[in-house]
Ligand binder design. Sequence first.
Ligand SMILES: *Cc1c(COP(=O)(O)O)cnc(C)c1O
Length: 426
Amino acid sequence: MNNTEFDKRHIWHPYTSAINPLPCYEVVGASGVELILVGGEKLVDGMSSWWAAVHGYNHPALNQAAHKQIDAFAHVMFGGLTHQPAIDLCRKLIDITPDGLNRVFLADSGSVAVEVAIKMALQYWACQGRSQKVKLIAPRNGYHGDTFAAMAVCDPINGMHSLFQKSLVEHFFAPAPQTQFDQTWNADDVLPMREILEQHHHDIAALILEPVVQGAGGMRLYHPEYVKACRKLCDEFNVLLICDEIATGFGRTGKLFACEHAQISPDIMCLGKALTGGYLTMAATLCTDEVAEGTCVGDPGVFMHGPTYMGNALACAVANASIDLILEGAWQQQIPRIEKQLREELAILNDFESVADVRVLGAIGVVEMKQQVNVADIQQIFVEKGVWIRPFGKLIYIMPPYIIEPEQLKKLTSAIHFAIQRLYPN
Ligand SMILES: *Cc1c(COP(=O)(O)O)cnc(C)c1O
């Protein structure tokens, strides 16, 4: 059986049928902004491997950090042991994240970081003698991961709640924010959220949202004032605010963290994806001293979570190198340049009848079609055109590595134009 056959027959891929899987392309190398396929084709990467590879692939500084750490040690248990890579990483995360987030829990994936955040919020209130506060509230169209507690706060429709109805906890959902990022703020937008909180705050532990950019739940870009208003509501109703910055963190939206657009600090923040520059799976849940200490008073007196690979030294070392690159600051020129070019080159797509909306923020470009995109067909065109773009549902979107050159970005936007013209001319 050749590789293609074996893969198709035996290996699960994300969100893929085991009966009739979409084609997969075999990668043999990746360098800078390019993926290299087994047939030698070089593809300009528009996805950053799902928001992660912000510095591009095979980066000398990240490679060096990994080599150096693996020659020392790759991993030791984090129970009762600690090490320099973890200490450096947590110090950096506390330094660069919004004020007040002084405690770091290192998790092994984004979904786990969300599980940890939810568990912290519940345990916090239980330890305050408020054990009826066990529900969460979230805007619709959110995405927070694929594990069960995370899934339960994803959009109830596209998060597939109906499929797992009997095993998911039922939470509260407010309508998705309607005021777009660059529209004039309409304060009524947050009223439904206020009404639910007014009525149910005694039962609600935390409000969870993705600040400013709702990612996998619809690639929606909404107004920072909504985030600010949620912060105020949380204070008013004694509810913790969890900001899920797993997709938006580390510069993607033009600010180091998206909640800076709203100038707020959450009580709990989740980071992941770009944390290790796309090298290794690692995530982090940060919280305030108040939440950390409040979670550990009384019984059981400890926070009940501890993954086997917690604080993985290899991942910490690469994350440190990745954050150092971020701190060098080139992203502060790269992101506005990418944003400007995306706006200029994607705008023309509005002329197609088949296109519902074009939107851009930071290094994120989204083309929403009126109908579902045929992924297999469009990907074949993209690969022929020498680009890697992976649409889902009605969304063709790109969030390239920050180091992308203008000609490479042009290749991505031209390929989108070409594919729409070919497959959905009107
Ligand atoms: C990707 C993502 C997650 C889940 O992270 P995984 O590492 O895939 O488990 C959670 N929240 C948001 C906002 C994400 O984009």
